[in-house]
Ligand binder design. Sequence first.
Ligand code: BTN
Length: 242
Amino acid sequence: MQVIKLSATDSTNTYLKNLSVREEVPDFTVVYAVHQKAGRGQPGNKWVSEKGKNLTFSVLKRLEGLPARRHFLLNILASLAVFDALQILGIPDIKIKWPNDIMSGHKKICGILIENQMQGQQIPQCIMGIGLNVNQLEFKTLDHASSLKAITGKEFDIQELLLSLLSLLRGYLGQTGPESYPKHLQAYSKHLFLKDKSATFHRPDGSSFEGFIRGIYPDGRLKIELEGTPEAFGFKEVLYSY
Ligand code: BTN
């Protein structure tokens, strides 16, 4: 495994993407930055991280014939790797907020940005970026953000966390075959934030409704039960409050 450690870069995802365009990058190359200056979040969002306080890294993973229709498996595997790492550390009340935020209670502590390279109907490689808030204590206007230290009162070793996460990620990313999809889908669904709890959801047109998250469809859409009937919601088709 090649780990490229940078003292600063704009975005580890962008750095790795550019590197892979310029040269042949080995499978599971990792780029880690002490200071990520212009981190990218889900489309339209930024990922802000204080210098030296958090874990910001990306992994380039080659995939053997992962069909595009099963792209959500990558969100599942990344989320489960972070989930397991945080469980091992004893972080309380860890949940996965669909599609791939990791929460402790009602606070977001980790975000994941997966950028797939497409070739026809296949995904031959992806870049998986993970931002885990570790020792940062101030989040300014980000009311729903928190960190491991803010939650536990303890300081964490960022390098140790990186190694633990990489080992879990490596294990999960070795299981991209169709046979393991139902097992991972089930594990992911089990740990969903707000699962089976009455919650308010918002549609992009501003309307809102009450419902219950019941799980995930195999294509990755969120299953919300509305007045007794399950409905599928894709990314950006529904928002829900923390
Ligand atoms: C989100 O919650 O919107 C996703 C945030 C992803 C942040 C990580 S930090 C490492 C990698 N590099 C980036 O620019 N973004 C991801």
